[in-house]
Ligand binder design. Structure first.
Ligand SMILES: Cc1cc2nc3c(=O)[nH]c(=O)nc-3n(C[C@H](O)[C@H](O)[C@H](O)COP(=O)(O)O)c2cc1C
Length: 458
């Protein structure tokens, strides 16, 4: 069997993810593997169509395509996202249609599921036959049991391809059409109560729906909001995945382009940030993705704590729950308040109303310093980071470690003396059969006791 491996790591052959595929290759000697660096070659591929066409020719010659790609900010790296855009922009998706596809990532399991949902959706969009997905932790390959799991996965994957069996789609085709947005009369400008407001889009959108949405949003703030475009910022490239920033937030691009200054001087000081973008291929643009990846120079340290965030999205967000989830999770793990999303899926008067409401609520939430309680998105995500930064990643991510220590993010229950003491006492008591039966009957009442006390005290 001929397998094309599309390497999505900007680190090329030094990719951790790629070693999982190379390990499979060692065991399946009768299969031929054709490795192609995609992310590290994306700029060249954009400029030279030959390089892109060479990839297509090698895809034509393959029976199975493995998307081998690291997790970057809940998705794939911006360079890989751009490759997917190129396939669709250059109408090359037919070259992938009917081919078997598998997705192999490596990560620390922080939102690996959203990246997999995305890649599976892209495979569905291209009419590929899904042959499986594998999402190991980045160091699983050094564990015997995990290597066995990998080889098992590989056998199953090759089996699917050889059998020619069908595999169910995970998602429906997206209908990208949205109604034309024609804004109505403007509302009077709001009192922004001294808040610093930034409306950030990947590029100017002119007279398109998003351009008009941005304009209406800005007018709500009567000139008090800055509108900025990533296309005006000198950004030399995507994140290279080197992790050199881990010690002290010093990125390899420092002094070489304008992104870090932009992030530090324009994004960080804002109280309210409205992110604006158009949906492309189940996500926003690759340029937006590049911004999220490059912001990784802050590593696992939240930089938007306490800020209020809104999203203006042009496109079918309601059909793309995965995208909504990714953007919500980004805001939440950053400990920012996500006020809402407004899209152009509604009628123009509704969009007008929704933008005006979002504009007002952003200011109100900021003024009240209101943040909703974190959900699993922040709590689960931060526990993954907390454990890894405290443990195996500490030496590389020393800046995170310092921040987590100083800001009380090491919330290990092992340190909770009161709970430890209470558990000890209650475990002893419930070890007596008679007491255990009595206490069993008390659980429901005892569980709500502290709440009742608070409510009745008021
Ligand atoms: C910019 C950047 C963003 C990352 N984002 C995530 C993430 O969202 N979730 C996760 O679990 N790991 C994330 N990681 C960790 C990588 O996925 C992990 O180290 C992976 O094994 C790297 O694979 P590679 O060597 O093939 O590039 C990120 C790493 C970088 C450099």
């Amino acid at each position: 069997m001929k397998t094309a491996v599309l390497n999505g790591s900007p680190k090329g052959s030094l990719s951790v993810t790629l070693q999982y595929i190379r390990y499979i290759e060692k065991y399946f000697k009768n299969h031929h593997f054709d490795y192609m660096d995609i992310s590290s070659k994306i700029s060249a591929m954009e400029k030279k169509e030959d390089l892109f066409n060479d990839v297509l020719r090698r895809i034509d010659a393959s029976d199975l395509i493995i998307w081998s790609v690291p997790l970057y900010v809940c998705l794939v790296p911006s360079q890989y996202k751009r490759f997917i855009e190129l396939i669709l922009e250059r109408n090359a998706q037919d070259r992938f249609r009917g081919k078997a596809a598998a997705v192999v990532t490596s990560s620390i399991h922080f939102y690996d599921h959203t990246a997999h949902n995305y890649m599976r959706g892209i495979c569905d969009d291209m009419g590929m036959v899904f042959a499986g997905a594998f999402s190991p932790d980045m160091y699983d390959l050094v564990k015997e049991t995990e290597r066995k799991r990998l080889l098992n996965f590989a056998s199953i994957m090759f089996g699917v391809v050889e059998s020619g069996r069908s595999f169910s789609r995970a998602s429906n085709t997206i209908n990208y059409a949205v109604p034309l947005y024609i804004p109505g009369r403007e509302s009077p400008p709001l009192d922004v109560r001294g808040k610093k407001i930034l409306i950030l889009a990947d590029r100017p959108y002119g007279e398109s729906n998003l351009g008009k949405m941005i304009e209406r949003m800005a007018k709500n703030y009567g000139g008090a909001a800055k509108v900025r475009y990533l296309s005006d910022v000198d950004i030399k490239g995507g994140c290279l995945g080197c992790c050199e920033c881990g010690f002290d937030y010093k990125c390899v691009y420092t002094g070489n382009d304008g992104f870090i200054d932009f992030y530090n001087n324009e994004i960080k000081p804002s109280d309210i940030i409205v992110y604006a973008g158009e949906i492309r291929d189940r996500y926003l643009s690759a340029d937006w993705k590049r911004m999220f990846d490059r912001a990784f120079f802050n590593t696992h340290t939240p930089t938007l704590t306490g800020k209020q965030i809104g999203f203006l999205v042009s496109g079918p967000l309601r059909q793309l729950h995965n995208l909504r989830e990714i953007l919500s999770s980004y805001a939440e793990w950053q400990a920012a308040g996500l006020v809402d999303f407004v899209t152009d899926e509604d009628t123009s008067p509704e969009v007008d109303g929704n933008i005006d409401t979002l504009a007002a609520r952003l200011v109100e939430f900021a003024d009240r310093e209101y943040l909703p309680p974190p959900t699993f998105r922040a709590l689960g995500g931060m526990k993954v980071f907390r454990d890894d930064v405290w443990g195996r990643l500490r030496f590389v991510f020393q800046a995170d470690h310092k921040y987590y220590e100083e800001n009380g993010l090491y919330t290990f229950p092992q340190d909770d003396a009161k709970t430890i003491e209470r558990n000890k006492k209650m475990m002893e008591l419930t070890s007596h059969p008679e007491l255990r039966e009595n206490i069993r009957k008390m659980i429901k009442r005892e569980m709500v006791k502290p709440h009742l006390e608070v409510v009745e005290r008021k």
